[in-house]
Design a protein around this ligand. Structure first.
Ligand code: NAP
Length: 295
């Protein structure tokens, strides 16, 4: 199968390209600045920006399947403001869907995010939710994945938590009670590849999480303890964290703002973990601790 992985030079895209190449698919990675030497052996690269339709349309010709992994991280406030999430996640998806339809591509895998909601609380969550509606309204054989946070080599979840929650004495908004369900990229990538290969996945939206529901404080503890450091969490009242990030919101160039605060006000966990659609159970997925300690 010929597969175009849009946003394939990033964290999840690199793992997925490796998986698809190992399954002997012909993989092309599209991104704004793909590094030919950074992609797995045998994988081709093409430059394009999903916000500019003319720069991406020809890459879709002749493809059997497309995966949309383009991302603007929700962990930081984007340069240009939160509205950029709509340009990239919504406008970029509209362009990718249009290019796939015009090229007659069959399968289209959209990477969304757990909690995606067209009327949700942050620009990222809203844009992801609206992008899902574009995909569902298309003529394509679509599959949507909504993962919780993903960890692994090259991912930013562990390094971001290390920065947000320093070791020893660790002030965390609300005591770090927001819950996540981290999944290892090495478990996720084969599920994405299966979703491209199996017809039973067409028209499905999958909520995907790892084996454990961990609070932010748990995650901080696991990271620092795996490096031999202790963590004592000092709760910062949510209202105070909101005031602090509200001030940061108005500081030009600040990497954090109100959306980063809002992201900590709701859990990022599945009701039903759809890993079972891929023959997996939570108990056979890698835990964050096993990844951190190299088990
Ligand atoms: N990582 C997680 O924990 C997580 C959790 C839930 C959902 N997701 C979703 O999973 C997907 C992949 O995430 P990731 O962590 O792999 O992201 P990532 O490492 O930041 O990779 C993003 C990719 O998108 C490309 N890109 C960015 N803007 C682009 C544009 N305008 N046009 C074309 N390519 C563009 C980047 O390459 P260039 O810079 O060269 O353009 C890169 O290849 C995203 O949809 C993300 O929202 C991720």
């Amino acid at each position: 199968m010929k597969v175009l992985v849009v946003g394939g030079s990033g964290f999840i895209g690199t793992a997925l390209s490796e998986e698809l190449a190992a399954r002997e698919h012909d993989v092309t990675v599209l991104s704004r600045h793909p590094d030919e030497d950074g992609v797995p052996t045998g994988v081709e690269t093409v430059s394009g920006d999903v916000t500019d339709y003319g720069s991406i349309e020809t890459a879709f010709e002749g493809q059997d399947a497309v995966v949309n992994l383009v991302s603007l991280s929700p962990l930081f406030k984007p340069k240009g403001g939160d509205g950029v999430h709509f340009d990239v996640h919504l406008g970029g998806t509209e362009n990718a869907v249009r290019a796939a339809e015009e090229a007659g591509v069959g399968r289209f895998l959209q990477m969304s995010a757990l909690g995606a909601d067209a009327n949700g609380p942050t620009a990222y969550i809203k844009a992801k939710g609206q992008a899902e509606e574009v995909v569902k309204g298309s003529a394509l054989d679509w599959v949507i994945f909504r993962p919780s946070v993903v960890f692994g080599e090259g991912g930013e979840f562990v390094s971001f938590t290390r920065m947000l929650a320093p070791p020893y004495v660790t002030p965390l908004p609300g005591g770090g009670k927001t819950r996540f369900q981290p999944i290892w990229v090495g478990d996720l990538a084969p599920m994405l590849a299966d979703a491209l290969e199996g017809d039973e996945h067409v028209g499905k939206t999958y909520e995907i999480g790892g084996p454990e529901r961990l609070t932010l404080a748990d995650v901080a503890r696991e990271i620092h303890e795996s490096e031999g450091r202790s963590v004592t969490v000092v709760p910062v009242p949510m209202a105070l964290a909101g005031v602090g990030l509200g001030v940061a919101e108005r500081v030009p160039g600040s990497p954090m703002g109100m959306d980063q605060y809002r992201s900590l006000t709701f859990d990022n966990t599945t009701d039903h973990n759809d890993v079972d659609a891929f023959g997996r159970t939570e108990s056979d997925l890698k835990t964050l601790r096993a990844y951190l300690t190299g088990d």
